[in-house]
Structure formats: structure tokens, C-alpha cells
Design a protein around this ligand. Structure first.
Ligand SMILES: Nc1ncnc2c1ncn2[C@@H]1O[C@H](COP(=O)(O)OP(=O)(O)O)[C@@H](O)[C@H]1O
Ligand SMILES: [Mg+2]
Length: 309
């Protein structure tokens, strides 16, 4: 990474936040934190909410670049990225392809499987009946997930057959494809990626059944452990894996790779987040701090990638 860039070089910056996805509220928090950080460093940054006509605003507003702080569909899935490409506005993070793949757990997992990267076995299930069949092929417990959602919305750990209907309905209600994935018993980690580097891993521990919406945003019982407690060599191997998983889908700039390690210490990739949470208590900022990079510096480094190289 090159040295610090003067604030004026960024020109007028749109911080895209809000949007229409289920994660709108989280996005508003991320965007607000990013906006404050940029302004604290003297950058001419403005809030733009694409729930209300972003393209017209961006085109007419004389913006030079956009920091995308949108989570979920419409903002993290390639749609806004494609729109920004068409109006020629540079933006932070991954391009259209990686954003779309990162949002689609089914196709991301297929790609990883094709690339020989480890991800838990899964089935696409199009009905409750197919979910019942998946339970025969893959043993319980299973994680039943909407293929395109975030923040653990619509996800159930299906432990007992009698909960099958509820698990199916919760996932299907999100309106996307549903996958049923082998549950991995073990430790959960997340790897923040900045540029070409995986930052120190964070281990997540929750007394809840899994790291669900409650554990992510509401309770204070979730533990975030960083340094994660692994040996330097083990951590480095997992960082390499996370970076490979990130780059396999052509993701760029910044993001986060979620994975589990089973009882034998084997890693299993869960998903890539191409626009992870960016409030100052989010995971990427936490990992950056462990690497000696404060929040404002992190935001600037992410934005810096939109400058001509
Ligand atoms: N196969 C799995 N085995 C064990 N836990 C899982 C598995 N898949 C997901 N989880 C748990 O569910 C959480 C959310 O799943 P994830 O695939 O990361 O979706 P989201 O996009 O909602 O974050 C994970 O952080 C983890 O705690
Ligand atoms: Mg996740």
C-alpha cells in the first residue's frame, strides 16, 4: 500500500447507505460511521441513499467516486456496482461479478467446490419435501439458509425433523433459493480482507445456537477473540485460505470471509461478504485495529483503491 493520500485527491465522495434490502438499518449505521470517518479526515463526503434515485443524484451531483456502504440485495450484489459502471463513477470494493457471487451462497459454494476449496456439503432445496430428502442424504443438523441474504436473516439450525416445516418457511419467506448445508461443529472465524492481505483472524463465540441476528446485533454475550488463539502457522494457513476464497470469486478491495473449523481443525468456508458491516464495532474494523489500522485509516485505505493506480 502506498503512503497517505491528501483528502482533496478524493474529490467529492458519495457514501451510499440505506437502500431497500432487509439490512437497511445496518447499512445506515455503517454508512454513517464511514461518512464521519471520511469527514474527520477532511474528505468532502456526502450521504446518498439509493432508496431514493441514486443514479440521478450521483450523475447530477458532480461526484468523483462512491464509497459503497450498502449491505444485501441491490447494494452488495452487483446491481449498484453495474449502475455505477454505466455512469463511469469509480466505487469501493468488488466489481459486478464478485459482488453477485458473494451474494449468492449457492453459486459461490459451487465455484469454491470447482476450485478445490473446502465448503460444507449442501443441497439446493425447492420445497419442504426436498428439504426432507436433503435430511436423508446429509445428516442432521443442517443449516437451512436463504441463498441470498445476510445478517443470518432466515437461517435456522435444523436439529430435529419436527422443526423442518418452520426451518423451510423461515428461509423460503425471504423469496430466494434455499440451501441446506451440513452443520459444522467447531470454532467460527472470520477473516477481514484489505487489499491483498488477510488481516488477523477473529474467533467468534456465542452461547446461542449459532451466530444469529440476535448474536450479531442485539446481545452482548457474543465474544470476539482477536488475536484468535491459534499458532502463528495455523493462523497464517487460514488467512491464506480465506484470501484464496476471496480471490477465487474475483473479489477486490476489501471484504470478509466467514468460515468454521471442525473438531479436527479442518476449515470449511461459509461465505464471502463483499460489503461487510462498517460500524466502529464491526468485525473488519476490529481486525484492522489488531493490525494497527484505526477506523478512519481503514476507510481511507478502502477509498484509496478507487484512485487511478
Ligand atoms: N454450515 C454451518 N455450520 C455451522 N454453523 C454455520 C454454518 N453455516 C452458517 N453457520 C452459522 O450461521 C451464521 C450465518 O451464516 P452465514 O452463512 O455466514 O450467513 P449470513 O450471510 O447470514 O452471515 C454463521 O456466522 C455461523 O454462526
Ligand atoms: Mg456471515
Amino acid at each position: 500500500m502506498s503512503g497517505p493520500v491528501a483528502a482533496e485527491n478524493f474529490g467529492k465522495v458519495a457514501v451510499l447507505m440505506g437502500g431497500r434490502a432487509a439490512e437497511r438499518e445496518v447499512s445506515l449505521k455503517s454508512g454513517q460511521a464511514v461518512l464521519q470517518a471520511l469527514r474527520s479526515r477532511g474528505v468532502d463526503a456526502h450521504r446518498v441513499d439509493p432508496a431514493a434515485m441514486a443514479l440521478e443524484v450521483l450523475r447530477a451531483g458532480g461526484y468523483d467516486r462512491a464509497f459503497i456502504a450498502l449491505h444485501g440485495c441491490g447494494g452488495e450484489d452487483g446491481v449498484i456496482q453495474g449502475a455505477l459502471e454505466t455512469i463511469g463513477l469509480p466505487y469501493t470494493g468488488s466489481g459486478v461479478l464478485a459482488s453477485a457471487l458473494g451474494m449468492d451462497k449457492r453459486r459461490c459454494k459451487l465455484l469454491w467446490q470447482g476450485a478445490g476449496l473446502p465448503t460444507p456439503a449442501f443441497r439446493v432445496v425447492a420445497s419442504e419435501q426436498q428439504l426432507a430428502e436433503a435430511c436423508q442424504v446429509l445428516d442432521l443438523p443442517l443449516m437451512v439458509k436463504p441463498a441470498r441474504e445476510g445478517s443470518s436473516i432466515g437461517i435456522t439450525k435444523l436439529i430435529a425433523p419436527e422443526d423442518l416445516t418452520a426451518a423451510w418457511r423461515a428461509a423460503e419467506a425471504q423469496g430466494y433459493e434455499v440451501i441446506a448445508e451440513q452443520f459444522i461443529q467447531g470454532a467460527e472465524y472470520t477473516a477481514a480482507i484489505l487489499g491483498e492481505e488477510a488481516l488477523p483472524l477473529i474467533r467468534l463465540e456465542t452461547p446461542r445456537t449459532f451466530y444469529d441476528y440476535e448474536a450479531k446485533y442485539r446481545t452482548d454475550t457474543t465474544r470476539y477473540i482477536c488475536p484468535c488463539g491459534l499458532s502463528r502457522a495455523d493462523e497464517a494457513a487460514l488467512q491464506d485460505l480465506a484470501l484464496a476464497a476471496f480471490q477465487a470469486i474475483d473479489a477486490r478491495g476489501w471484504g470478509r470471509v466467514d468460515f468454521m473449523c471442525d473438531g479436527a481443525g479442518r476449515p470449511w468456508l461459509l461465505e464471502v461478504n463483499t460489503v461487510p458491516g462498517m460500524t466502529d464495532h464491526s468485525l473488519v474494523p476490529m481486525a484492522a485495529r489488531a493490525r494497527g489500522i484505526d477506523f478512519a485509516e481503514l476507510v481511507l485505505r478502502i477509498l484509496q483503491e478507487t484512485l487511478p493506480q
